[in-house]
Ligand binder design. Structure first.
Ligand SMILES: [Zn+2]
Length: 578
């Protein structure tokens, strides 16, 4: 009977249709509210340039970095889209999916006109809180129980300067606080900023002893599991592995070795176990910032054998950590992202050897000469300190009180500094070009070898230009605009030519602070059920990390997020393309 047959066919079609369109489990339940995934892990390697993974990929073994390179979605061309490539803004950007103009963190320490003209404040220091459960020898003089000769004053820390919410904050808001969010690092700022304002805890180490601590912003005392970790002898083992037994400079001496990475990852395991992450029926989140690569990298640069040793050791540490995650929570129940807070330049002297215009620039000389010229212009040659001390590029901060005394307003002061800086920096060139009009050919003495490169200004922008958006309508202009926030002082933003950086001499270490590609290039890779494994060459940015996870978890984007959801790396069913 045609009708009956038709009805049967219809039923078969319906059944087939249902079978074919039954969503994958992660799609139906990829919602933070119902605990899918059970845990999000944000791995940040401090100062890890985007090309490092390519350089050593043939040497990776097991399921360390290969978890991302072989089983995950790996973006090879991820670049920060701002000019202030420092640790604190990088970590804030990873958590918030926003740039400095959104999250308010422009560098690691700054002059805050509302707080002090005597000292800079750090991005996370907060005098209203104190550090908790410090070992006896590290208790500062302003806390009870301090030893004699204790350091005078050590302040607590909090995310008070973080003006945007993070992915973790949005998980907590979406679940009315049921999601647990934690951050850990050797550094306070790298533990606090990516985790966010409402994190349940952030843990970092006491520099001297290496014991983990936190601030009373989060809790009055360390949790029992953290106390047990500190008492377990694990800190001494890390020092021993670094051949620094009994050190009182744990952060500097152990922190720069591979031993610090396994130490942090063991603390992460203790935290995941102690706080029962991934077991509450909603999505939890942990940010783990591994500091060792940065502490070592500043000293020895990206091309030293120590760098490769660090990376290959970390590969093994990740292999162990991911296996542990698999055995406890199950890798199928977690999403993991890997990125870095900034890249780094090669040692200036090494770049110069190849002919690149790399120079270590004596910033103190620049300050001295700029101040002299400001004296000539505004103080009849009398010595006035027009610049606040402790220079830290890309910002040069003017002392507005000194300018006010000579009746100079912000625009005049900043314009003068911007106008004078190129000449000041040219004056550091020991081999300037001769002025052709004035030089008779007989006075020219060409040399028969390459001359060392000279420092040079790419551009200078004033705070007023940044604040009012007087920037070129180009990619460069956008990057500079993304770098802006204000803490009540006048300043100019100085960008030297590429591969030029503060430092003295050829072997003065290296750093990161600029809008150039090597400082902005970082890895971005994802592992987890929604991601289609592969190598992706789209130009993407670290802001896309929080935005992609927020979208997949079905929660609001962080409050100032500007990232793109990386749909090209999603399996069709996760991207909603049926
Ligand atoms: Zn860093």
């Amino acid at each position: 009977m045609p009708l009956r047959n038709g009805s049967l066919l219809c039923r078969i079609f319906i059944v087939l249709f249902c079978l074919l369109t039954v969503p994958f489990p992660f799609e139906a339940h990829a919602q933070a509210y119902v605990g899918q995934p059970r845990l999000v892990i944000l791995l940040v390697i401090d100062q890890f340039r985007g090309d490092y993974l390519n350089r050593d990929r043939d040497k990776f073994q097991g399921r360390g970095f290969n978890l991302f390179l072989k089983d995950g979605a790996w973006f090879t061309d991820c670049y920060y889209d701002y000019a202030n490539t420092k640790t604190a803004p990088g970590h804030a950007t990873i958590g918030t999916g926003a740039y400095t103009d959104g999250h308010g963190i422009e560098t690691n320490e700054w002059w805050d006109a509302a707080r002090s003209f005597e000292t800079q404040v750090s991005s996370v220091e907060d005098e209203r809180y104190k550090l908790v459960d410090l070992p006896h020898d590290s208790i500062p003089a302003n806390q009870p129980g301090a030893p004699s000769g204790a350091p005078n004053f050590v302040v607590g820390a909090s995310p008070l300067n973080l003006r945007a919410t993070t992915l973790g904050d949005e998980l907590r808001l979406a679940t009315q606080g049921k999601s647990k969010v934690f951050g850990i690092s050797l550094k306070d700022r790298a533990a606090i900023l990516p985790a966010g304002q409402s994190a349940n805890g952030a843990f970092w180490v006491d520099d001297a002893s290496g014991q983990f601590t936190t601030s009373t912003y989060y809790m009055e005392h360390l949790p029992e599991w953290a106390k047990a970790f500190n008492a377990s002898g694990r800190t001494a083992r890390a020092a021993h592995e670094a051949s620094e037994d009994g050190t009182t400079q744990f952060f500097e001496l152990v922190g720069r070795t591979p031993a610090a990475n396994s130490y942090e990852l063991d603390f992460a395991k203790a935290l995941i176990e102690g706080e029962k992450l991934g077991q509450s029926g909603v999505t939890d989140l942990i940010t783990i910032s591994l500091s060792a690569n940065d502490i070592q990298g500043h000293q020895f640069g990206p091309d030293s054998p120590f760098e490769e040793q660090m990376i290959l050791n970390l590969d093994k540490n990740f292999d162990g950590f991911f296996s542990w995650i698999d055995q406890t929570i199950g890798l199928k129940n977690v999403w993991i992202a890997l990125t870095a807070d900034h890249g780094v330049a090669p040692m200036a002297g090494e770049a110069a050897k190849l002919g690149v215009h790399g120079v270590a620039v004596d910033l103190h000389k620049i300050y001295e000469r700029l101040n002299q010229r400001l004296d000539e212009r505004f103080a009849h040659g009398q010595r006035v300190d027009f610049l606040l001390p402790a220079p830290d590029l890309p910002y040069i901060v003017l002392d507005k009180r000194a300018f006010a005394k000579v009746n100079v307003d912000e625009k005049t002061a900043e314009d003068a500094a911007a106008e004078l800086l190129p000449g000041v920096i040219d004056s550091l060139n020991p081999n300037p070009l001769p002025e052709l009009k004035l030089a008779p050919p007989t006075t020219l003495h060409p040399v028969d070898h390459p001359l060392p490169p000279a420092p040079r200004v790419q551009y200078v922008y004033t705070r007023q230009q940044l604040a009012s958006g007087q920037l070129p309508p180009t990619e460069w202009g956008k990057r500079i605009a993304h770098s802006y926030t204000s803490h009540g002082n006048w300043f100019v933003m100085l960008v030297l030519d590429a591969y030029q950086m503060p430092g003295t001499g050829q072997f003065a270490g290296t750093t990161h602070f600029s809008p150039w590609s090597y400082d902005r290039h970082v890895p971005l890779a994802f592992y987890g059920a929604p991601f289609a494994p592969g190598e992706y060459h789209e130009r993407v940015a670290p802001v896309d990390l929080a935005s992609t996870f927020a979208s997949l978890a079905g929660v609001n984007q962080p409050s100032a997020a500007v990232g793109r959801v990386l749909t090209e790396a999603l399996k069709p069913e996760a991207a909603g393309r049926h």
